[in-house]
Design a binder for this molecule. Structure first.
Ligand SMILES: [Zn+2]
Ligand SMILES: [Zn+2]
Length: 268
């Protein structure tokens, strides 16, 4: 039976096949890692039996994440904007409860994912939500492992989705790495950075990583480009990639200081 296999380490779901893919290029890439016991595969049906999703509030926004330890611990957020209701990021697992919670909160018009590490089961999410569009930056088209007619690509440095919402190609980590700027977040101007820039564990700075698990810093030229592309935007809050890992207040000044600090240390 043809199955859309899911990598246990990165949660990327692949185009259906009878047997699991030979390898996971996302994990073999130097930004990730292969399971120490060798490549492991699962299926969406197995994940639904093994895990539940945590649905709750993350600093004023409806958030959903896998409850327990599975793959990369990103959480997705529901953003009710003037560009429609956006599901920011994706997860390996979809549940009826999570879909019901999103419907109760007004539904989802479009999924936007920051970069390939979080593509995960985005097509599964789209279908569960009635076939909504998935919007990705085209620079990493080749990293899409489960193609779908729902996927649309944008190009360039910026995409203004509405008066309030702009997608910013911060790049650096992946060529496609995208941040979302929303002028009307829970407390005002807000940046959703994915992991480029990366909100650090102390929640008092951001950093710039080629690889997070392998501790490889980003090239200074890529950091300077990110500094330029983010320069026109103001924001108080920066939401990082996982639950609670957010900078609440003073975000613009923290990001500016982090750029200076990083370039002083890495490009000295
Ligand atoms: Zn993988
Ligand atoms: Zn990443």
């Amino acid at each position: 039976m043809s199955t859309a296999w899911i990598c246990v380490t990165c949660a990327t779901q692949y185009a259906p096949s009878d047997t699991p893919p030979a390898s996971c290029p996302v994990c073999e890439d130097d930004r990730q890692y292969v399971d120490w016991n060798g490549q492991q595969w699962t299926t969406h049906a197995e994940l639904q039996q093994q895990f539940k999703l945590r649905v709750g509030d993350d600093d004023g926004l409806l958030a959903i994440a896998v409850d327990g330890s599975f793959a990369i611990p990103q959480r997705l957020l529901h953003l009710r904007t003037d560009a429609g209701n956006i599901l920011w990021e994706s997860l390996g697992l979809v549940t009826d409860e999570a879909v019901d919670a999103l419907r109760a909160a007004g539904g989802v018009d479009r999924i936007v994912v920051s970069h390939p590490h979080f593509y995960s089961s985005m097509v599964e999410w789209s279908e569960a939500l009635g076939g909504v569009e998935i919007l990705l930056h085209e620079a990493d088209k080749n990293w899409v492992r489960r193609p779908s007619d729902r996927i649309e690509y944008w190009r360039g440095d910026l995409l203004k989705l509405s008066n309030d919402v702009t997608l910013i190609n911060t790049a650096g980590h992946f060529d496609s790495s995208t941040a979302l700027h929303w002028t009307k977040g829970p407390r005002g101007q807000t940046l959703f950075s994915g992991d480029s820039p990366h909100v650090t564990q102390d929640r008092r700075q951001v950093t710039f990583m080629h690889s997070v698990p392998n501790f490889t810093p980003m090239a200074p030229s890529a950091v300077r480009r990110m500094q330029r592309v983010l320069a026109p935007f103001d924001f108080d809050d920066v939401y990082g990639y996982s639950w609670g890992r957010n900078l609440i207040g003073n975000g613009r000044a923290i990001v500016d200081a982090s750029f200076d600090n990083y370039l002083k240390r890495v490009a000295a």
